[in-house]
Ligand binder design. Structure first.
Ligand code: ARG
Ligand code: ZN
Length: 467
């Protein structure tokens, strides 16, 4: 499902203008249709995502061969047209595209940068459901970013691949509407050399099958997911499965280099998932877990149901952070990248809560520590407007968390935690914005909060308001 932007920055540049008054682009037979926009309308990431349709489901049927690094197969995208479509784009970086069909009929296609431009044989009517199938093959080329993003997307490793795609690396392994405003369900059918384990989101639908030296893994994520949280991490892994104390299925896996971490990854992930369920509201997904690979990404990523830890042994704090993202970011997803504090500020605040819960510093002490420290870079960067070239700045994390603490002081513990639970309930498996959070904070808190958010989220100075 997709969020429609009021301002679609891309439609003009794509030549897709609104139909003239009285001539709506309808689904009636013979309607001319218009090209879908080349971007979904996020002003900071104008090429990301696409316009004119809303994805409901991705079905990935892929093979990967670690020695040659060749990824090949078919991705089928089930979508609904939000306008009569003469043409539309998918995001795809690299690969040779061999064939594209729309509802089974051959479509023409062209590559324009990271856009795969598809022209179906006949116009797709407004509100029509359609399936586009893309056959492709090649060596994935992950994004190597010059800003603070590091390497992300489908990253080949010595025994497989480490797949973490935030913010826009899903296009390095499957054609998609690569923006968090369009969530969809997924199923994965991935073939690899026998002895390799494939770890995707959700649960396996049947045990892996091996024949002729090839193993096929089938996974399904039944809850809507943003593209950057999808994964098919693969390689040699040791796996432990079971259930949390409250009964949520757990899947934990470690590269053999981290096998001594498997028990603690499993146990901590289970414990944290159950605890957050009491604090943030019911766990939003059908399983939980985590994966440690030996690729040194320098970061972790909250892949839905299976956070990834890249080349380090995660401590409780980072596990608490990535699992808090299952509520904040994964279930309740952002609509525009500038609202990223809704993910990172909340997950960082969860670290403070976990510390307090386990007998470490209280959230209040953590807040005071940051507030007293010399943090000029943080005070210069208003976390309510994450910068496209510095998305994961410390301010988005720490000052975002501080914002929540000041809000908590103002409205009191009962209302604050009621607010968090209402937020995760109201926007479960959907998208939300900072403006919606501010409105809900005001209505549940029953106090004016504009001054607080202005100072903490939007001003380039050290706020003096602390409650
Ligand atoms: N969302 C991740 C985290 O908190 C950070 C991802 C950083 N991504 C990147 N490409 N460097 O924990
Ligand atoms: Zn995070």
């Amino acid at each position: 499902s997709a969020v429609v932007f009021a301002l679609n920055a891309c439609s003009a540049s794509n030549g897709a203008t609104a139909p003239p008054d009285g001539a709506p682009a309808t689904g009636r037979p013979g309607a001319a249709g218009l090209p879908g926009a080349a971007g979904i309308g996020d002003p900071d990431f104008p090429a990301d995502g696409n316009g004119g349709y809303d994805v409901g489901h991705y079905s990935l049927k892929l093979s990967y061969d670690p020695p040659t690094k060749n990824l090949s197969g078919t991705t089928s995208v089930q979508a609904t047209a939000s306008q009569a479509l003469s043409r539309f784009d998918l995001d795809l970086h690299g690969f040779t595209v061999k064939k594209v069909t729309v509802d089974g009929a051959a479509a023409t296609f062209a590559r324009e940068g990271d856009e795969l431009v598809v022209t179906p044989a006949t116009v797709i009517g407004k509100d029509a459901r359609f399936t586009v199938a893309v056959d492709y093959a090649g060596k994935p080329d992950p994004v190597r970013n010059s800003s603070n993003l590091g390497t992300y997307g489908f990253i080949p490793t010595k025994d497989g691949a480490f797949v973490t795609s935030e913010p826009n690396g899903a296009k390095t392994w499957f054609p998609c509407n690569d923006h968090p405003a369009d969530k969809a369900t997924f199923d994965f059918d991935v073939s690899v050399p026998a002895g390799t384990t494939v770890i995707a989101n959700g649960e396996m639908t049947k045990p892996p099958a091996t024949s002729g030296g090839t193993s096929t893994f089938t996974w399904r994520e039944r809850d809507p997911m943003v593209t950057y949280l999808a994964t098919i991490t693969l390689g040699k892994f040791e796996v432990r499965t079971g259930k949390t104390a409250s009964g949520i299925p757990v899947y934990a896996a470690t590269d053999p280099a981290y096998s001594h971490q498997l028990a603690s990854l499993y146990t901590t992930s289970a414990k944290v998932t159950d605890y957050w369920s009491t604090v943030f509201g019911p766990y939003p997904f059908t399983s939980t877990g985590g994966v440690i690979d030996d690729f040194s990404a320098g970061y972790a990523l909250e892949n839905q149901t299976k956070p990834m830890y890249g080349g380090f042994a995660p401590d409780q704090s980072i596990i608490a952070h990535e699992l808090a993202h299952q509520w904040f970011g994964d279930s309740v997803s952002i609509t525009r990248w500038k609202d990223l504090w809704l993910n990172e500020g909340f997950a960082t605040y969860a670290e403070w809560l976990w510390s307090e819960h386990t007998g470490g510093s209280t959230a209040d002490q953590t807040f005071e520590g940051h507030n007293a420290a010399d943090r000029s870079e943080m005070w210069e960067y208003p976390p309510g407007v994450a910068r496209r070239d510095d998305l994961f700045h410390d301010s988005v994390y720490t000052r975002g968390a501080m914002t929540l603490h000041v809000l908590r002081r103002r409205i009191g513990d009962d209302k604050f935690f009621e607010l968090l639970r209402t937020w995760t309930k109201d926007h479960r498996h959907a998208n939300a914005t900072t403006a919606q959070f501010m409105t809900l904070a005001q209505s549940i808190g029953g106090k004016p909060v504009k001054d607080l958010f202005d100072a903490w989220l939007f001003s380039p100075t050290h706020p003096t308001i602390t409650r």
